[in-house]
Design a protein around this ligand. Structure first.
Ligand SMILES: Cc1cc2nc3c(=O)[nH]c(=O)nc-3n(C[C@H](O)[C@H](O)[C@H](O)COP(=O)(O)OP(=O)(O)OC[C@H]3O[C@@H](n4cnc5c(N)ncnc54)[C@H](O)[C@@H]3O)c2cc1C
Length: 300
């Protein structure tokens, strides 16, 4: 059977897109490998009507609501290849199964590339965080740390100061220029130049950051601006154009969320900055509607 659309990635963006197509009575197949980006967090925050919900519960609820529509099918698995086929697209799964569709929607998310620092990975999503709007309120007025990783890290330190007293760990990186140091001082952010050797305390709690010179700087939460990588090579296989973002490359799309490849759409973290669950869902809604209208007006 040829689907009207295949959605690769069934999380905030992909399921939101599929819902629009389902409600237009179209045949949509959602392929999902079951590991959304926020799976490390206990609670999700800031999503309209769902503040504090368990991330997995939000996905389960969306899937259950979608499954009611007769045109929707789910494949629990991983897509490994996609290309043009018979005027539409073919998607190959791990194991070799091949699915066909008239339109293709990419929503396979990003992977966070964490620094290799002892004590960091096991705290990711709990006391080591990427976004204060998502989880900062839970650490309000407690000592905050920001680790220098990317050029945007210094800006992150200036913002985090609104949640509590903040130390910016330069981690042995080059000293910021005078204007940047003045910006940190204006926000009352403390600059700590020494290299960081690890996080201490009983995880996920943080007792402090251990520096190479032996000192322990007490903090309750550490923020990172993580470099990111696309979860799948399928956008490259299809020949999609990319844009450079502050954390890594993202797929370029137009206002309808179509990529540079006609008939291929992209939504969610892979195709935008800034990134959060609400933005991903909203982009998915836009992409779903765009795919539907393309099915009507552009044929194939
Ligand atoms: C630790 C952490 C906590 C966060 N907390 C919040 C929060 O509280 N509030 C908030 O708004 N945002 C939060 N975010 C951001 C949020 O997780 C993302 O913005 C959101 O998940 C993006 O949705 P998405 O649908 O684009 O991608 P994802 O949610 O990452 O989903 C992508 C899906 O595609 C699947 N997939 C990947 N490759 C393939 C493939 N080849 N074949 C099939 N399926 C595939 C994955 O398994 C996954 O299910 C958090 C992020 C992190 C890292």
């Amino acid at each position: 059977m040829r689907h009207d659309a295949i959605v690769i990635g069934g999380s905030f963006a992909g399921l939101s897109a599929a819902m629009q197509l389902a409600r237009a009575n179209r045949r949509v197949c959602v392929i999902d490998s079951g590991s959304p980006r926020n799976r490390f967090a206990v609670e999700s925050h800031g999503f309209f009507g769902r503040d504090g919900a368990r991330p997995g519960q939000m996905i389960d609820d969306a899937r259950r609501q979608l499954a009611v529509y007769p045109g929707v099918s789910f494949v629990d698995g991983e897509a490994i290849q996609a290309g043009a086929d018979e005027g539409g697209y073919a998607v190959t799964l791990v194991g070799g199964a091949r699915l066909l569709a008239r339109k293709l929607m990419l929503a396979f998310g990003l992977e966070d590339l964490l620094p290799d620092l002892p004590g960091l990975a096991e705290r990711w999503g709990q006391t080591v965080l990427h976004c204060p709007y998502c989880h900062g309120y839970e650490f309000l007025d407690r000592p905050q740390g920001v680790l220098n990783i990317l050029p945007i890290s210094i800006h992150q330190a200036e913002v985090i100061r609104d949640w509590g007293p903040t130390v910016y760990f330069l981690n042995g990186g080059p000293m910021p220029d005078d204007a940047a140091c003045a910006g940190l001082a204006a926000r009352n952010v403390t600059l700590e130049a020494a290299p960081v050797v690890g996080l201490e305390g009983k995880a996920p709690h943080i007792a402090g950051v251990r520096l190479a010179d032996g000192r322990l700087v007490e903090i309750a939460v550490l923020y990172l601006a993580t470099p990111t990588r696309l979860r799948s090579a399928i956008a490259e296989q299809l020949g999609c154009a990319f844009e450079d973002g502050p954390f890594g490359k993202v797929i370029a799309t137009d206002a309808a969320r179509m990529t540079s490849v006609p008939g291929v759409y992209a939504a969610g973290d892979i195709a935008r900055v800034p990134q959060n669950a609400t933005f991903a869902s909203a982009d998915g809604v836009q992409a779903g509607m765009s795919v539907h209208q393309a099915l009507i007006f552009q044929g194939t």
